[in-house]
Design a protein around this ligand. Structure first.
Ligand SMILES: NC(=O)c1ccc[n+]([C@@H]2O[C@H](COP(=O)([O-])OP(=O)(O)OC[C@H]3O[C@@H](n4cnc5c(N)ncnc54)[C@H](O)[C@@H]3O)[C@@H](O)[C@H]2O)c1
Length: 278
């Protein structure tokens, strides 16, 4: 447990879905005594359908109720991270509700729209980049503005991926977005360090979340492997002998957000059981 997280105000984006990384991080921070705003898109539209992993408003409310039932403090807010005004409104909501902002976690992401580069349509590319990179830029920008104004430092974390460091077949937009997110993290760390704000990325390997399950179906099909065979091969490539679970990422995030992580910035921390090591 990290005493230093008690009373800290945290926003976690894309936290509505059960078994997601956002849910795990929001619950861990709340269990540490942080006051948490859980955010998600909340409604389907465009390329965002329930099959493609949209966190609905009722799912989000369920996550909040679970945190409250466990004795934590949480509220919900819906909005589209592709729209700058909606990201600014999320920051304003956290400040109005809890009196400030200490922790911002860019977790929401589009982990579908996979396929061969030569078949990718530009609007598919835009959808992935708009959420995974532009949305994180908006988050960093507006969270940092608030943290700088408060003058008490802060923590910004973005959930990148093993795909932020290595190539993954048929994921050109996703892999480009996650590589870009690590570059954005490093630059932001340079600029925000003087304000006492640390900026880091976490790079998980595969986790069977809603998004992860879609990826397994896609990738096993693309490789002509049965799902069981695909999962067994993936697991065999992890030195620690299992794929990730949401709590792995939540533990890393809690550490980076606590005082114990205060001298770590500009990092892209692998949480991958040894699968990724650079
Ligand atoms: N599951 C994995 O294997 C894995 C591995 C590495 C990195 N990641 C990353 O972890 C993060 C969380 O993914 P997850 O696997 O927990 O899946 P998830 O489906 O639980 O979470 C993704 C969330 O992003 C939200 N979202 C999508 N577009 C949005 C938008 N425009 N505005 C607001 N919210 C939006 C979705 O509604 C959803 O709730 C993603 O950034 C993903 O790329 C996942």
């Amino acid at each position: 447990m990290y005493e230093s997280l008690k009373g800290k105000v945290a926003v976690v984006t894309g936290a509505g879905r059960a078994k997601g990384l956002g849910e795990a991080m929001a619950k861990r921070l709340a269990a540490e005594g942080a006051l948490v705003v859980l955010h998600d898109l909340g409604k389907a539209g465009d390329r965002f359908t329930p099959e493609h992993g949209v966190g609905t408003a009722s799912e989000l409310e369920q996550r909040v109720e679970e945190i409250r039932a466990a004795g934590g403090t949480a509220v919900s807010f819906t909005g589209d991270l592709r729209v700058e005004a909606e990201v600014a409104a999320l920051v304003a909501f956290a400040v109005e509700t809890f009196g400030g902002l200490d922790i911002w976690i860019n977790n929401a992401g589009v982990g579908y729209l996979f396929g061969p580069l030569v078949d990718m349509e530009s609007d598919e590319w835009d959808t992935v980049l708009d959420v995974n990179l532009r949305g994180c830029f908006y988050g960093m920008k507006h969270a940092a503005r608030q943290m700088i104004a408060q003058g008490r430092g802060g923590r910004i974390i973005s959930i990148a991926s093993l795909a932020g460091k290595s190539a993954v077949l048929y994921t050109s937009a996703y892999t480009a977005s996650k590589h870009g997110l690590i570059g954005l993290t490093r630059t932001a760390a340079l600029e925000l360090g003087p304000h006492g704000i640390t900026v880091n990325a976490i790079c998980p390997n595969h986790v069977t979340t809603g998004l992860g399950a879609w990826q397994n179906d896609f990738s096993s099909g693309a490789k002509g492997q049965a799902l069981d065979e695909y999962m067994a091969r993936m697991t065999a490539g992890v030195p620690l002998g299992r794929v990730g679970v949401p709590q792995d990422t939540a533990r890393a995030a809690a550490f980076l957000c606590s005082d114990e992580g205060s001298y770590i910035t500009g990092e892209a921390m692998n949480v991958s059981g040894g699968e990724e090591y650079h």
